[in-house]
Design a binder for this molecule. Sequence first.
Ligand code: GTP
Ligand code: MG
Length: 470
Amino acid sequence: MAASNAGRHPQNVGCRTLSLSAHVGFDSLPDQLVRKSIKHGFCFNILCIGETGIGKSALMSSLFNTNFDNSPSTHFLSSVRLRTQTYELQESNVLLKLTIVKTLGFGDQVNKADSYQPIVDYVDAQFEAYLEEELKVIRSLFSYHDTRIHVCLYFISPTGRSLKTIDLLTMRNLDSKVNIIPVIGKADSISKTELQEFKKKIMSELVSNGIRIYQFPTDDETVSGINTMTNGYLPFAVVGSMEKVKVGNKMVRARQYPWGIVKVENESHCDTIKLRRMLCTNMEDLREKTRAYYESYRCCRLEKLGCRDIGPENKSISLQEVVEAKRLEFCLEKEEKEKKIKQQFMQKVNKKAAVLEEAEQQVLTKFERLMLTHQEEKLKLGEKKKILEDEIAQFIEKKAITESILSQVSVSTPVVSLKTQGLQKNQDFQPEVQCFCVRDEGTVNVGEQSERESEKEKLEKENSSREFQE
Ligand code: GTP
Ligand code: MG
């Protein structure tokens, strides 16, 4: 029996549809899946981006109706950081492994140009970790804790004006990697009419800046109505609270003010409950879209590694061929690199050798110069020595003459001989002076003579000390 292809899954186009004559039992397949999923549990990862104190922790606690750890972060961080916390939540018999990643110090730096970078890096790192697990020879994806971000709640400050540059920059850098849902934090601080205007402004700014945000799917008939309506509420105006307030005889999560109470779960007060409902009903779609983002990341990474599905002539190529081609490419690249490194090494060695040679030359010339100066000095010293030797010879000659004169004088005059005894003590006494003394000795009386003698002795002493110094 041939059947029309209309309304069929694309995979089944071309197949014949037959109706069974009796029950077989494969209609229990969905139940099997449900049982397996319940047993394994679900995992969901939320990234909260927003300024310090915008209400990230309060909203998370309000969304999941539990009080998570809420240690406030400081305003004085030098760069944006991320804090990851994983919880296991159970509702009925369904287990949810929830990971909440929150920014710390977002928007607190003077230079906010790179504030988005740590967030982008984090999202990529989760994709990379999953890819690594996937490429392992022995992999365990079933038990692997998938940390890929399924949804990003972007907190906008309730200024009532427009988006800040940091908001536009961050969302633009993330919109191809995660499902972004913009929310207006602390929405109770803005009036109802202002809020509507603010929402419109934000949406038009996002469109004009080409930023894609998550749209709740409208192709599924069961949720298309509510999703179309909810898309109109974007960005959600959220209010969070860690406290419960008694209203009537019920405890409700709310914020109490002198003028009244803002109930977190009241749809006419804020959109928190709409956000919770949409997250829960579209969790699987969010996970599926995340897989699509991951696919494009994976594709880019594998292409960078040289992996392709289609060869040069548009033919499909096997993994083995890809690996072989890559191996060849790698070998060639390695050879090329080796050649380059060798060349660079030789260049460096030659350069070093030239420098050493030059230094050696410089040392040699310096040494030669020093040798020359040394020889010159030596020559000069030799000349000086010769002059001194001549002077000494002259002096000895003069001394001999003086001595001979003195000896002659001592023979002819006895008084003088007395005197010369004193003079002889000093051999170097000037002969002229001695001659003068000898000639005058005959005419002086004894008193004068002794005076002169003492003067002479003085002169002798002076002479001898001068010689000694010389
Ligand atoms: P950090 O983790 O330190 O960056 O702060 P946060 O973004 O987690 O903010 P948190 O939830 O700790 O709230 C900071 C302050 O704002 C607290 O005093 C909250 O009570 C208050 N707050 C939180 N949500 C709201 C809200 O929706 N409206 C108002 N008016 N105040 C809020
Ligand atoms: Mg917090």
